[in-house]
Every structure is written in structure tokens, then in C-alpha cells.
Design a protein around this ligand. Sequence first.
Ligand code: FES
Ligand SMILES: [Fe+2]
Length: 343
Amino acid sequence: MYLRNCWYVAAWSKDVGARLTATRLLGENIVLYRRANGEVAALEDACPHRKLPLSKGQLKDDRVVCGYHGLTFDAGGVCVAAPTQERIPTGAQVRRYAALERYGFVWLWMGAAESADASRLVDIPNYDDPRWGRTAGGDMAIACNYLYITDNLLDPSHVAWVHLTSFAGAKADSAPLSIDVGAEGVTVWRWMMDVAPPDYYAPLVKFRGACDRKQHYECRIPSIGVNKSIFAPAGHGGPDKSLHEKTFVNISYNFMTPVDEDNTLYYWFQHRNTDPEDAAISESMNKGAYMAFNEDKEVLEAVHLGMKHRTTPYLDLGLDAGALRFRRLLKARIEAEQAAAAA
Ligand code: FES
Ligand SMILES: [Fe+2]
């Protein structure tokens, strides 16, 4: 089950050019290409004649020519040529998807293209602020349902077991977790007062000594993880304090695009309030993220198979509270959308 009337990352903008690129979102095959005017076109990747993927054809003058008998479609999915026929057959049309580009990504609206709403795109504050630094980010295919990744991103507990090498030294933390549930997502968070910054973050923090540290694990509808790590000088953190000028903030943005029920395309980048020009920092943070996400991938693919083929019941633990709230929220949104579509 998927929410359709929302934006999903389909590709990095840099990877979509004047060529046909096949992809798959929410169980639907889609062909992407960039038009001469720079806009991205996204069409159902199937010719209405014999369903040859259009991505196996050719791109000519912004139009897609089917590689079997030449039916030709414009960027709106309208058939504009049928070389074997006297007339273009009625019904020769493929589905068009609304696309937009922002934050280095091509996003597709998976509901009806006419209903696409750019104002519903996730907001990334400070994205254009030159004082903030960004990692190049990355992507990987994970052979699991996308909700196992949102579960994982709302679960700070797994770090002590899964990320033994990437976040080495991570200890199981006993500081209590709070859960906030809003209309658009769920956040699991805690402040840890007067602690040493972990090795991964220590070189990035601009003050010496102990810190007050906030872990903020947030998942937003439909499947966007926003993980904030905040380090204030000890005595300056906590829910009621405004940010001290030396506070270090790193935000991990995670975008999960369901390919189908068993596969997910996972995209991410990190955004920090320091060292905008420091390529070495960006690179080492990115390396750390890759390592960590590979550790998650190994576990989540095995979890997906374990749950799919289970022969005995499974149980939930207290640590699942945030993840379960998010699943419930998303399910309610999907059901409301489907009910509205049926009405
Ligand atoms: S399959 Fe595309 S024109 Fe025949
Ligand atoms: Fe993880």
C-alpha cells in the first residue's frame, strides 16, 4: 500500500539527461528523460500496442519512438505518430507523471498528474544558505519494504547493535525517549545532558568539553526520514533553550522511494550548520553514512525475508513505539486517500 498524492524522489537530477532512463516506483514502470527545454518528462514505460517498454525505443526531438513499430509519444504521453497506420488510433496514449526538480533530485507525483501540488514538497530549511554545508549524498537499492526503513529511522536503539564499525563506540543509551505525533509525521527524540560527543561527531563540534546532545529521529509522510543530531555546549542544551551560537547541527535527510512491496530505493544527504566549503568533512561524513547504511541494508534485507517467510508469530518491543505510530499514521492517510478516490 502506498500514498499516491505526494512526491517521491525518482532520481538525482544529474542522472537524468536527454536519453531514456527506465525506473520503477510504487510498482509502476516509468521512463524518464530530459527535454530540450530542460524539463524532465516522465511517462509510463509501456507502449499501448504490445507493451514494449518505451525505454527500449528512441528519443527523437523530445518524443519517444517505440522500438517495435514506431508509435511515437510526446512528453504529455499523447501519441503523435503511428507510422504503420493511416490514422493515429484512438486510445493510443500513455500515462504521464508530473515531475519537478528541487534539492538535487527529480521528484514524481504518483497521483493523477493534474492534481500535482508543488506546495506539498518537503521543505528543507537553509538548503540555499551558504553558511550550511552539504554532503554529496548517495543512494542504494535495498531489497526490503520501505516501511522497514522508516521503522529503522525511528529507532535509535539499533545503533548499539547494528553500527558497530560505522559509529564505533556507540553504547546503548538509557536516556528516556519521547514521541511526538503530528499530522505529517512522528518524531522520537531525547536530550542527553553533559555527555561526550561520539567519535563520528567529535571532530565537527566547534567547542571543547562535554555537550548536551539531542537525538531527533523524525519520519514524515510518505517516507522521509529527518534525523537531527544537535550538540550544544554542556549547560546550553535542553528543550527550553534557544540554540547557543556554538551549537553544532547535522541533519540527515533520508528519502525512501518504494520500488514495489519488496524493494526500496534509498537516497540521502547530510546538511550541517558549519564548514560549508570543507570538502574533506563532507567526504568523510558521506563515507561514514555509506558504511552505516550498508550495515542497515544487511539487517533490513534479512528482516524483510525473515518477516515475509515467518512460520511463527513475531512480537513488538517498547522501542517500536515510534515506528508503529508512524505506520498507523501513514495507513490512515492511505486509507483516506483510497476512500476519496473510490467516492
Ligand atoms: S509495441 Fe510499440 S508500436 Fe508496437
Ligand atoms: Fe541505522
